[in-house]
Design a protein around this ligand. Structure first.
Ligand SMILES: [Zn+2]
Length: 402
């Protein structure tokens, strides 16, 4: 240690306050810089940093974007990441994260974090769920322990985590249920949206520094979607998510719903399409007026050996890449494509090496952020339709990555 240097304990490195000291940025402000058809590009200003839209949020399920250090996630171009309420409430527990200074300090990501409400994972992952007007009781998929999620508890957990964008707690039903069931679930979700709003507003300092999004439901039905939008607009939120899509209905049905659903929401607020999606899903949704996305696809499929390229996805497990010395994507500017060959990645993935998952994830997240950057530039220059046509032609041009 150099003379005069003060010895610091490991836990003092990078220790940050729960909120940044300089409070020059507004709590939440969305400005649209340019539009092209229904598409918009702009900036969300928040206290922990700006979010350029359309934005893609990498998913950090368990307080980590899997296989990536936070600084490397940022280097791909991500302005914001997503954290999962359901996973974090079960392990390590929201109260523990709060005692350790909040999610940002815990995982060393100092930019905005959006947290989901936990409702989707409760339905999809846990056993023995029981729904009532109060909320959803369930048993943990990890150890079978009993838990309860309600609008009030979901908002409390998101506050304990120190979330920047909090999602209202809602009830998800499959698009295959009857219209009557969808209507009842949507109406309950709107009552829960009001309870979420009230719980958020009672949150003290957190309410003064974070934002709350409502979630439109109503499956594929235009009238239900309109009723849901009207109920949310009457309550008032900082942004609005289009929920209940990307649950197996297919791209055609999703786009048909996106032809009307975003237009029913406040045009001056961000619109977030939850859980989407494949690169061509994102391009089509941006054309229909969506501003924000999240999806596990680039990270999960990267770990499974799939790389996204402008000429379609490729599976690096395939034997034909065994002696292919080209980068994953010759048009990609990421650090992985600048250094490593398909042949090397093929070897790492076949051998089950951890570095394979790390490099594939880094490339895939860079690909997604590069796509968002190109979409923002195309909207800004009024060239979105030709960009989208060129993108689709190359992407679906055989899917060989060649
Ligand atoms: Zn790359």
């Amino acid at each position: 240690m150099p003379q005069g240097a003060t010895e610091r304990k490991p836990w003092q490195y990078g220790a940050a306050p729960l909120w940044p000291a300089a409070m020059t940025a507004p709590r939440f402000h969305f400005s649209i810089a340019a539009t092209d058809g229904k598409a918009r590009t702009g900036t969300i200003r928040m206290q922990r940093g700006d979010i350029r839209t359309p934005a893609f949020m990498p998913v950090g399920t368990a307080a980590t974007v899997k296989a990536m250090k936070p600084a490397d996630v940022r280097a791909t171009g991500a302005d914001i990441i997503l954290g999962n309420t359901y996973h974090l409430m079960l392990r390590p527990g929201a109260e523990r994260v709060a005692r350790l200074g909040g999610l940002h300090r815990f995982m060393r990501w100092d930019r905005p974090i959006l947290t989901d409400s936990g409702g989707y994972q409760v339905m999809s992952l846990s056993a023995l769920t029981r729904r009532s007007e109060e909320g959803v009781s369930f048993k943990s998929h990890l150890d079978g322990s009993a838990h309860m999620l309600s609008p009030e508890r979901s908002i409390e957990i998101q506050r304990l985590l120190g979330s920047d964008i909090v999602m209202a707690f809602d009830e998800l039903v499959p698009t295959t249920t009857t219209v009557q069931q969808q209507a009842e679930a949507m109406e309950r979700s709107m009552r829960w949206a009001k309870r979420s709003r009230d719980a958020f507003d009672a949150g003290g300092e957190h309410a003064g520094r974070a934002a709350l999004f409502g979630i439109q439901q109503g499956a594929l039905d235009e009238k239900l979607r309109k009723a849901s939008a009207d109920a949310l607009l009457a309550i008032g939120f900082d942004g609005y998510a289009v929920g209940g899509l990307a649950v197996g209905e297919g791209q055609e049905a999703m786009f048909a719903t996106l032809d009307f659903a975003p237009g029913q929401l406040d045009p001056d607020k961000p619109r977030y399409l939850m859980g989407v999606g494949k690169p061509d899903d994102i391009v089509g949704a941006v054309e229909r007026g969506i501003d924000m996305f999240d999806c596990v696809l680039p990270t999960r499929s990267g770990r499974n050996g799939q790389a996204f390229t402008r000429r379609g996805p490729i599976n690096l497990r395939n034997a034909r890449f065994g002696e292919d010395e080209r980068p994953l994507d010759e048009s990609c500017a990421c650090a992985v494509c600048g250094q490593f060959s398909r042949a090397y990645l093929h070897h790492l993935i076949r051998a089950g090496e951890i570095l394979g998952a790390m490099l594939m994830t880094e490339h895939n997240l860079s690909f997604y952020q590069g796509l968002m950057e190109d979409l923002r530039a195309a909207i800004a220059t009024g060239t979105l339709s030709s960009f989208a046509a060129d993108f689709r032609a190359a992407y679906h041009g055989g899917g060989t990555g060649d």
